[in-house]
Design a protein. Structure first.
Length: 199
């Protein structure tokens, strides 16, 4: 399969270099209107990482969030890799996700949440409230869908997976559990316990 090639370009009136790449013809109908997550590492240690969504049409178009040609080239290659993963998933179609993979995927979210807040977790009472918030909003399948449905869809696309309804519902349950466990872990970290993270 030959993928559409593109180069970083500048949009009139913007200092940031733009990404524009034609969506492959064999997946353009399945891809049209799909929101796809794109993420870039921080440019410097003092900068935050960059994450956003782009909606696919005839083209994938978005800012590379830098005016620097060398960094834009790196981000262009990274974005192309992330988009190609989505296109391959669309070509392959839905597949089931077994328990081991569901646990691994939810573990990715758990670690992201804990690592993001580990250095400055705040007061443990905050995480008690967050835990309760997650419990309340994931107490039924319908609430799980409203609370975490978009998060699960983003997680699947990041890993190049399109799945069936039953597997997605099961992953929703695992992701809900991961958020609760992350809040519990951050309560302990806020109290000075830095050991015992989820595997």
């Amino acid at each position: 399969m030959v993928f559409a090639m593109a180069r970083p370009t500048k949009r009139s009136g913007s200092s940031s270099i733009q990404f524009k790449q034609r969506v492959p013809a064999d997946v353009k109908h399945a891809a049209r209107g799909r929101r796809v997550p794109i993420s870039f590492a921080a440019a410097t240690p003092s900068d935050p990482p960059i994450s956003f969504h782009t909606t696919l049409g005839e083209f994938a178009k978005f800012s590379l969030h830098t005016p620097e040609p060398s960094l834009a080239k790196e981000r262009h290659a990274l974005a192309t890799t992330q988009l190609n993963r989505v296109y391959e998933a669309l070509r392959s179609g839905p597949r089931p996700i077994l328990n081991e993979e569901r646990v691994a995927l939810s573990g990715v979210l758990y670690r992201e949440i804990v690592e993001m807040m580990r250095e400055e977790p705040g007061e443990h009472e905050i995480w008690q409230s967050v835990e309760q918030l997650h419990r309340t909003n994931t107490s039924t399948p319908e609430r799980q869908e409203r609370w975490l449905g978009e998060t699960v869809d983003e997680l699947l696309l990041k890993h190049g997976i399109i799945t069936d309804d039953n597997s997605r519902k099961a992953l929703l349950r695992e992701v809900a559990r991961a958020h609760i466990e992350a809040a519990q872990r951050l309560q302990k970290i806020a109290e000075g316990d830095s050991l015992g993270d989820r595997g």
